[in-house]
Design a protein around this ligand. Structure first.
Ligand code: PLP
Length: 347
């Protein structure tokens, strides 16, 4: 393997966090490290949940902090899903959803997504039909969805949720800021639907996957989850400060997102020029590309030898696809050049 490995396989952001985040670390007050926060005395979970509540126009008790959205998802499933109960998930989605249902001996049932030549879509009609037939306890919708990259429009979402009053709806928005940094619709949704949980994270858009921080915005009916997730001794104070610094750096993130989005278009154009590849439209910081399945083992090895790691999908019905995380401009160019060269030598 090459010494300098470029990871484009886990949808991280290789530009790294905003400079203000590094300033926090450089000037850390040591009491932050040796003492609990005592924020509970102010009847808040922490300074970060207070800030997020203000930004999102919600009450602080509707913001739940977690060790990444991974942890929040796990807590939600463990809190609400009992043995034998049903969790609905998109047919192609993050493998972890299924694993979580299995952890509590619940049943995950996949609802369909469909694709045309350029994009995947949610199939609202099929989802609603299945919903009425199977009556799941939890419904998980991911937007933009990993690995397909498609998202659901707010109107479609409302149309879905209004038919699902007897269930808890989880909207995983880990990648939503790449599509739309304006999140004003989020508080409208949370205020309108008491059974809705929206999950967001600092891992992707804010390039802070390593500090493990995510948050849930919860509807008013979900008080049980608030209690389930409460942490008497507070949260990671350093992590909270770094996340606050990221929220104070909108220009930086908007700048790197422009680069990510323009490179996403570059990949789509380049793959469309090569024969045998079909890239799908994506609203996230990755793209899914269908290719000749026979070439996958060789391409994987060819890229790994050059220190380039991307994700080759290996799931039933999704096994002739690669998912490429959009890295820095330099990394993206290296990857695209390598794939073009590979095609020249194997053709
Ligand atoms: C759809 C989706 N949700 C959530 C996560 C987890 O993010 P984190 O736990 O870092 O917040 C991921 C990570 O890849 C993801 O793809």
């Amino acid at each position: 393997l090459a010494a300098n490995i470029i990871y484009l396989d886990r949808n991280e952001s290789n530009y790294g966090p905003a400079p203000k985040c590094f300033e926090v670390i450089k000037h850390i007050d040591l009491t932050i490290l040796c003492q609990y926060s005592r924020d509970f005395k102010k009847q808040i979970k922490g300074e970060l949940s207070k800030r997020l509540a203000a930004d999102y126009g919600l009450n602080e008790d509707q913001i739940i902090l977690g060790y990444g959205s991974e942890d929040l998802l796990k807590q939600i499933v463990h809190c609400y899903l009992n043995k034998g109960e049903i969790l609905f998930i998109p047919r192609y989605s993050w493998w972890y959803y299924k694993a979580l249902a299995a952890e509590v001996e619940g049943t995950s049932i996949e609802f369909p997504l469909y694709a045309d030549d350029n994009s995947y879509y949610y199939d609202v009609e099929s989802l609603l039909n299945m919903y009425h037939a199977r009556k799941p306890k939890l419904v998980l919708i991911s937007s933009p969805n990993n690995p397909t990259g498609n998202s659901i429009e707010v109107d479609e979402l409302k149309n879905i949720i209004k038919h699902m009053k007897d269930s808890i709806i989880i909207l995983d928005e880990a990648y939503a800021m790449f599509k739309n940094p304006d999140y004003s619709y989020v508080s409208d949704l949370i205020k309108e639907y008491d059974n809705l949980i929206i999950l967001r994270t600092f891992s992707k858009y804010f390039a802070l996957a390593g500090i493990r921080i995510g948050f849930a915005l919860i509807g008013r009916e979900l008080k049980i989850f608030e209690k389930f997730s409460s942490r008497y001794l507070g949260y990671n104070r350093l992590t909270e400060l770094i996340a606050l610094a990221a929220l104070d750096s909108p220009e930086y993130y908007s700048r790197i997102t422009q680069k990510i989005n323009s490179d996403k278009l570059m990949f789509i154009e380049e793959f469309n020029k090569l024969s045998g590849f079909k890239p799908y439209k994506s609203d996230a910081n990755f793209i899914l590309v269908e290719m000749n399945k026979e070439l996958i083992p060789e391409l994987k090895e060819y890229l790994a030898e050059r220190g380039l790691i991307i994700k080759f999908m290996n799931e039933e019905e999704l096994n002739s696809h690669m998912r490429i995380t959009i890295g820095t401009q330099e990394e993206n160019k290296k990857l695209m050049d390598a794939i073009k060269k590979f095609m020249l030598v194997t053709a």
